[in-house]
Write a protein that binds this ligand. Structure first.
Ligand SMILES: Nc1ncnc2c1ncn2[C@@H]1O[C@H](COP(=O)(O)OP(=O)(O)OP(=O)(O)O)[C@@H](O)[C@H]1O
Ligand SMILES: [Mg+2]
Length: 398
């Protein structure tokens, strides 16, 4: 028997899922100080006292979510061994794209007994949802830690942070204790809060700094030991992935992506050991993936403009002036059955945004003696990435 799969018999992976985004490491490496600060901030839980509120700050991929998950598991098991501690309930909610009402409603529903009907989506307001939440907290009793991930994305964060931490002192709850753990990418989050909240909110802050190459190597080595078969991955490949990610924000997620995609490249090329060159190749693929996501995040008109410039570029007609781009853009928008934006100014605004986001290069030109100034634009990325991504988006929307 031979078929398209018959030749695929070898793999570098012993357990590939160890390198996936959803894998929660049993052990957190290189974050001893943060873990220590975390333990102290939550120590009141062990003694049945009201927990401190805790805010974690740091850029993407620095271990905020992983450390929090780890600490919650550790705390849950520690609490079981302590007589003074109340029963611990941990609730996690991601605030991205949610309104305060949605968040409070979701929390309330998580706390309701299984036989109860869920809190209605319509008809009642945020105040009602808070009231129901407080009732459920008291019904369950014990200590509740509520983790709000991406808390800076919440629309009405001031109300949340004014209400919830004061529920007990305002007699809205009496049989339960509540602590908030907020996670944010924005180091200046606290400054964005209203002064009323800033004055009343008592919290501990932990800031996560970028990993250096050595720290990333430690994290990757630990994963690689589990992820790969013996000898499946060269040490220098790990060092390469760590060094590349350290140069670029010190992001552990990116380092793990490089290792996983590099290993996939090795398999695709029928190599049975992952080496530096696979990581180099992975870098291009991972960067492309990121660019694609960035393009997808743009509005449809911004995407039409990018597509227009990519087409001009393929015809060798760049750098191009905004009027030329506008003409091409109108054809593109109409081809997709969309009414184009009409003013040159709106196109220029989009061009300037796209330039700021790093999609475009901008050249300043002077119009000789007449003295006028204008800009010309071209892509700062491979036009094929734009055209392929647009193709994908159109296909998936059909
Ligand atoms: N110190 C560490 N030890 C082991 N694994 C880690 C460590 N730090 C990060 N990771 C891993 O790196 C990846 C990214 O970490 P995590 O999701 O915690 O980042 P984050 O700070 O929450 O990022 P974001 O702001 O984008 O949500 C995860 O797969 C996580 O398991
Ligand atoms: Mg996270």
């Amino acid at each position: 028997m031979s078929g398209p799969f018959a030749d695929i018999t070898e793999t570098v992976f012993a357990e590939k899922s160890v390198l996936s985004e959803s894998y929660q490491p049993e052990e957190i490496l290189e974050r001893d100080e943060e873990i220590d600060a975390f333990s102290h901030a939550l120590q009141d839980v062990l003694f049945g006292r009201e927990p401190e509120n805790l805010f974690l700050y740091g850029k993407a991929g620095l271990g905020k979510t992983a450390v929090t998950k780890y600490m919650m598991e550790e705390l849950k098991s520690e609490v079981k061994t302590r007589d003074e501690a109340d029963e611990l309930h941990v609730h996690e909610i991601n605030c991205n794209g949610k309104t305060l009402f949605m968040v409070v409603r979701r929390l309330t529903n998580n706390l309701l007994p299984p036989e109860a009907s869920s809190f209605p989506k319509r008809g009642l307001g945020t105040g009602d949802a808070f009231e129901e939440l407080y009732q459920q907290l008291d019904r369950l009793g014990g200590t509740h830690l509520i983790v709000f991930d991406e808390i800076d994305h919440l629309d009405d964060v001031n109300t949340l942070l004014y209400e919830l931490p004061r529920a007990r002192s305002n007699d809205q709850i009496s049989d339960s204790l509540v602590g908030i753990i907020g996670i944010s990418n924005n180091y200046t989050f606290r400054q964005t809060l209203s002064s009323k909240v800033k004055d009343t909110l008592m919290e501990t802050e932990i800031s996560f700094s970028p990993y250096d190459a050595g720290e990333l190597r430690t994290i990757l080595h630990d994963r690689a030991d589990r992820a790969f078969v013996d000898g499946g991955c060269d040490d220098s490949a790990i060092a390469k992935a760590a060094a590349l990610s350290a140069q670029d924000m010190g992001n552990a997620r990116q380092a793990l992506d490089l290792l996983r995609v590099g290993a996939e490249e090795a398999e695709r090329q029928d190599d049975n050991i992952v080496v530096d060159t696979h990581i180099e190749e992975a870098r291009t693929l991972v960067q492309r993936g990121r660019l694609r996501n960035k393009i997808r995040d743009q509005t449809e008109h911004a995407q039409y403009i990018l597509e227009t410039i990519a087409k001009l570029e393929n015809r060798g007609e760049v750098p191009a002036r905004s009027k030329t781009i506008q003409d091409g853009y109108e054809q593109v928008a109409e081809a997709y059955g969309t009414t184009p934006l009409t003013t040159l100014k709106s196109i220029q605004d989009h061009l300037s945004d796209l330039h700021m986001l790093g999609f475009l290069l901008r050249h300043e030109r002077n119009q000789g003696l007449s003295g006028g100034q204008y800009y010309e634009y071209e892509l700062d990325l491979d036009p094929m990435i734009v055209l392929e991504t647009r193709e994908d988006i159109i296909q998936s929307s059909e």
